[in-house]
Design a protein around this ligand. Structure first.
Ligand SMILES: [Zn+2]
Length: 181
């Protein structure tokens, strides 16, 4: 059974008529949208990095702020959206800026929980760059909180993962946090 056929069943299950004019093409469109929103399953770190790792003697912290996140909560299949901030302390190698954003996107475009997304981004950046330290902070709003249940419209969930020097050295960690304020 195709994703499109399943989505038609969902429309029926919700009590709607899939033959109604406005809904006739909805299963196909919704299937395409869901495939787009989960395209990270068909991407790999190797293909994204693709050699864009450059030698550098820079040993200052590199911070990339405000990388947009669009993900799907794996508990409700509803979006969570927000911002990701990434820092790393290079250890002889730096990674192209767009590659970092694409790694964030690869993990975000899957069914996720925010805590795991944060950890996966941090561990992957650490593996790829062999950095002396990596920090990842994600601040996101969850539609499953905002639209249903407790209906908390303005709550922002914040998660972080620190590895290496960003975990061990409080000064380095606070430098990161002050840079992303
Ligand atoms: Zn949820």
């Amino acid at each position: 059974m195709t994703l499109e056929a399943h989505l038609k069943d969902i429309i029926v299950g919700l009590g709607e008529d899939p033959q109604r004019e406005g809904l006739q093409k909805t299963p196909k469109r919704a299937a395409e949208a869901l495939q787009f929103l989960t395209r990270g399953y068909h991407q790999s770190v190797e293909e994204i990095v693709n050699g864009a790792l450059f030698s550098s003697d820079n040993d200052e912290m590199i911070v990339i702020k405000n990388i947009e996140i669009y993900s799907l909560c794996e508990h409700h299949l509803l979006p969570f959206i927000g911002k990701c901030h990434v820092a790393y302390l290079p250890n002889g190698k730096i990674l192209g800026l767009s590659k970092i954003a694409r790694i964030v996107d690869m993990f975000a475009r899957r069914m996720q929980v925010q805590e795991n997304l944060t950890n996966q981004i941090a561990r992957t950046l650490h593996d790829v760059t062999q950095a002396k330290g990596v920090g990842v902070v994600i601040e996101a709003q969850h539609l499953c909180m905002m639209m249903r249940g407790v209906e908390k419209q303005h709550s922002v969930m914040s998660t972080s993962m620190m590895l290496g020097l960003l975990r061990e050295d409080p000064r380095t960690r606070s430098e990161f946090f002050s840079l992303i304020q």
